[in-house]
Design a protein around this ligand. Structure first.
Ligand SMILES: Cc1ncc(COP(=O)(O)O)c(C=O)c1O
Length: 384
């Protein structure tokens, strides 16, 4: 269930908080059509695409290539051809081999050099990037060497890119990331690189952006070096914009404990539990609405107790929560509604066990302040 007001509110918040930074929405975090449409019709209409597939997802709605960044430092040759033919101008790279590829296929593309940011508080991060992506600029000498090497290849870099780690509460590494990026912009210019664009990536939280991150980013506003600043927020826009509705397939007691089997799984929307560091264990207030299938009407949550929720596949490890507080008066066919299921849930779904989870998306434009039990019940009533 997609709440259009939540996204619009987030876009307004961005405009107020970081007005000099253009957000290119990271499609990978949630590619559902109504959300993409709201971004297109919003004040920015700009997208971070990771692949040919994601470029296609938005150009089919008429989004001009000038509003896209092809922000994957490792690309298939055929995808580079595709992006070039569609007129996509900005991409990123973090290895010499990738530069050679781009130079050969699309020399007109503007390349941002992705630098590695070793994440602070890695245990709190959902996704670390520094072990896999980014050039390790261990010291100033390394930066001089690298930009000189690229100059010798007759390639002119257009800017710097980083992603300082993805997390529900946001990355705490923006301070060091900005400092290193500014050093790289300055050093790069010494070797003839244009360095006109800084892409500060994703890593923004599901809620409000922390003031430490805002203060770090402020260092790029009116920096005398002079460059444009863009970002690639994913979960900041998408996480709270969607709730997931799923059905009870069966209900029983096992080892003295209430268990619900549901028509979702870790191989489907709850993939975020495996790959995105999300956990619902021991949560008490996750479910805020219930649809009673028999009566075709919503019932308020009455009695609650601790229970386990199992996914629909035959994998014994497919456990959505071992212990979570749920409504006890639910029956086969009833629906649970889980909030905050908007990022990294829809995209990674598989068809493991030959099973598909629901692909229907319902759009809801309830008032944000109404997003509580009774209003979501109203929204669910509208759907059914
Ligand atoms: C290159 C790139 N940009 C942006 C994002 C979005 O990150 P987040 O959801 O933390 O904003 C990702 C996430 O994987 C990414 O790989």
């Amino acid at each position: 269930m997609y709440n259009t007001n939540e996204l619009k509110n987030k876009i307004n918040q961005w405009k107020l908080t970081l007005p000099w930074i253009t957000p290119y929405y990271a499609i990978k975090s949630n590619p559902i059509e109504p959300l993409l449409q709201d971004i297109i019709n919003g004040p920015y209409g700009t997208f971070d695409c990771a692949s040919k597939g994601e470029i296609q997802m938005v150009i089919k709605y008429g989004v001009p290539a000038s509003k896209l960044v092809y922000s994957n430092p490792v690309k298939e040759e055929k995808d580079i051809y595709f992006a070039k033919n569609k007129g996509v101008l900005i991409t990123s790279a973090d290895s010499i081999e990738e530069l050679i590829k781009i130079q050969k296929i699309a020399p007109q593309m503007k390349i941002l050099w992705r630098i590695s940011i070793v994440e602070e508080n890695p245990e709190q991060m959902a996704t670390l990037f520094s072990g896999k992506f980014g050039d390790d600029m261990l010291n100033i000498d390394a930066a001089h060497k690298r930009f000189k090497q690229i100059q010798k290849m007759k390639i002119q870099l257009h800017g710097i890119h980083f992603h300082c780690g993805s997390a529900v509460q946001g990355s705490s590494s923006f301070g060091k990331a900005i400092d290193l990026a500014q050093d790289c912009m300055r050093i790069g210019r010494l070797y003839g690189h244009k360095m006109e664009l800084l892409d500060v990536g994703g890593g923004f939280p599901t809620g409000s952006i922390h003031e430490n991150a805002i203060n770090a980013l402020k260092k790029t506003q009116n920096d005398p070096l002079g460059y444009e600043v863009i970002a690639e927020p994913g979960r900041y826009f998408s996480a709270n914009s969607c709730s997931l509705l799923f059905r009870i397939l069966t209900k029983r007691i096992k080892h003295g404990r209430l268990c619900y089997h549901v028509n979702e799984s870790l191989y489907h929307s709850f993939n975020c539990l495996l790959m995105d560091g999300i956990s619902f264990e021991n949560q008490k207030d996750q479910f805020y609405s219930v649809l009673n299938s028999n009566e075709s009407q919503n019932s308020q949550i009455s009695n609650q107790s601790d229970a386990s929720i199992f996914g629909m596949t035959c994998d014994g490890a497919d456990v959505i929560a071992k212990n979570i507080t749920v409504p006890t008066d639910m029956h086969v066919g009833d629906w649970l509604c889980m909030q905050g299921m908007g990022s990294y849930t829809v995209g990674p779904k598989s068809i493991f066990n030959g099973m598909k989870s629901t692909t229907r998306v319902y759009q809801w434009s309830g008032l944000l302040e109404q997003q509580n039990q009774s209003s979501s019940s109203i929204a669910i009533k509208q759907i059914f």
